[in-house]
Design a protein around this ligand. Structure first.
Ligand SMILES: O=P(O)(O)OC[C@H]1O[C@H](OP(=O)(O)OP(=O)(O)O)[C@H](O)[C@@H]1O
Ligand SMILES: Nc1nc2[nH]cnc2c(=O)[nH]1
Length: 183
């Protein structure tokens, strides 16, 4: 099976957990919550690449207050469907000292990535660090990091869409989908 056949098969078998309209409504609600908490803090939004690109853009367009944006890349999956050691690939260039930071990512799974990024921001002198994810996966164990703003909860299956990839593809799929099999 070549790559495009694999992607076609994953798509054909996948279950849609949340439709585009449901995620849009969820993002509206998250934006209102974020505004209440940090709307007067001139926050720095940090997008966790690559999965955070789409959620960050969609959330930022809903925020009507002054903010800055930067990115961080610290991945554990590197295009695979199971995680390993975290690798730092890009750090923000805007200084974090004294800032209210909002880290935005697509999915909170084991919570290791977000916990490490949160720790990094605090070490860099951020005054307050908040975290937002579109999906929090329900695992039957404690996570090292909780998100302050959560879109939806999903079962513990491999997900794609709305920023989340299947082996680097399908981040652009408009909804949240669960794979039946990973190949
Ligand atoms: O909670 P965890 O188990 O640590 O996993 C969550 C992380 O996994 C994915 O990133 P990935 O490393 O796959 O990089 P990507 O954003 O480029 O997809 C996702 O975007 C989160 O950042
Ligand atoms: N795309 C994707 N990335 C992840 N990183 C951790 N869990 C997941 C998941 O379910 N899907």
């Amino acid at each position: 099976m070549n790559k495009s056949e694999e992607i076609e098969r994953v798509l054909a078998e996948a279950d849609c957990l949340f439709r585009e309209s449901e995620i849009e409504a969820t993002l509206d609600r998250m934006a209102a919550e974020i505004t209440m908490l940090v709307g007067d803090k001139t926050p720095l939004l940090i997008s966790v690449l690559n999965g955070g690109i789409i959620p960050t853009a969609m959330l930022a367009l809903r925020l009507r207050f002054p903010l800055e944006m930067d990115s961080i890349k610290a991945g554990r999956y590197q295009g695979e469907t199971s995680g390993s050691e975290i690798r730092w690939l890009l750090k923000p260039t805007i200084p974090l000292r004294g800032r209210t930071v909002l880290i935005i990512d697509d999915v909170l799974d084991e919570g290791i990535t977000l916990a490490e990024i949160r720790k990094y921001c605090l070490e860099e002198g951020a005054e307050a660090v908040y975290t937002a994810v579109v999906v929090d996966k329900k695992l039957n164990k404690e996570k090292p990091c909780r998100a302050d703003f959560i879109g939806v909860e999903a079962e513990n299956r491999y997900l794609f869409g709305f920023g989340m990839d299947y082996k680097s593809f399908l981040r652009n799929w408009p909804g949240i989908f669960a794979c039946k099999h990973v190949y």
